[in-house]
Design a protein around this ligand. Sequence first.
Ligand code: UD1
Length: 341
Amino acid sequence: MRVLVTGGAGYIGSHTVLQLQAAGHEVVIADDFSNSKPSIVKRLVALSDEPVTVYTVDLTDELATERVFAEEQIDAVIHFAGFKAVGESVAEPLAYYRNNLDTAFSVLNAMNQHGVRTFVFSSSATVYGENAVRERTEDMPTSATNPYGWTKVMIEQVLRDLAAADDSWRIAILRYFNPVGAHASGEIGEDPSGKPNNLMPFVAQVAVGRREKLSVFGDDYDTPDGTGVRDYIHVEDLAAGHLAALEKVTASDDALSVWNLGSGHASSVLEVVASFARASGRDVPYEVLPRRAGDLPAYWADPSKANAELGWRATRTIDDMCEDTWRWQSKNPNGFPDVDE
Ligand code: UD1
């Protein structure tokens, strides 16, 4: 297949691009590089030894988006592009709703015009909202606690309505738990701009000496060690889940399917810190601060639906995730270069 990967220069997108190519698919990347650096493209080409077509395009621009479909013979779309910082979404809700909803509408409209029917959507476990049941299953009701999360809930609803209106669509909604880790080469990985919001990149930057210490947000939760508990999934397992979902929906009779992509295992903040210290051989100093507003104590995936229906499962452990993150962070202490090396 020739697969359009929106946000293909981003963290999860870039790892998925390499796996698509390794599986024999051709890839077209559409990215505006607003939250990624163009120097990643050279690394992707070096790793895959294959050319990749890249469109630098703002996908909220319907005409520019449609032009990609007019110029390329696209068979399927994996839609990663979107803003994803929870705190920023609370401060700038209009920017989040406009960007995340408009990119989805542009891409879906262009697909409609060009008869492309296969769509894999980057959703998030955040759509389970504040459900009291910690183990999340796909049939739980969806809601959100911040504008970023609502954009995911809303786009999921748009996709359900689309599939109900026209059963020729083949849509996969993938709900990610906490993606971490990096490519085994250490050449690509997560490169947040500015101060990281998420745990693993922050821990990695402390270990490499870019930041003095980690703030642990709360140690008085109802969890075994009092710190927040999450289901961390290696980005390579997550990328593999996209390939499995793409192949499954292409061969399926269902217009829409929803799968959790998580490991089913839960780790606390302090367990991540200890694993990272082992992997890196470095100290990870931390101090305990009050809870972060909006954080939940603990939740993890029930991945059994994806395991059974996709023949996929996350195989990498939290130690693997920390070792691969460390390889990436220690080889690239400041992330991707600003200009090509
Ligand atoms: C967040 C988002 C979620 C998004 C996910 C992955 C919220 C409510 N949810 O999840 O929508 O899909 O990131 O990008 O923000 N922690 C610290 N110190 C830090 C950072 C985090 O102690 O500096 C703790 C948190 O309190 C939490 C755990 O580490 O217990 C994981 O946090 P984080 O990596 O930010 O992910 P989530 O909050 O689970």
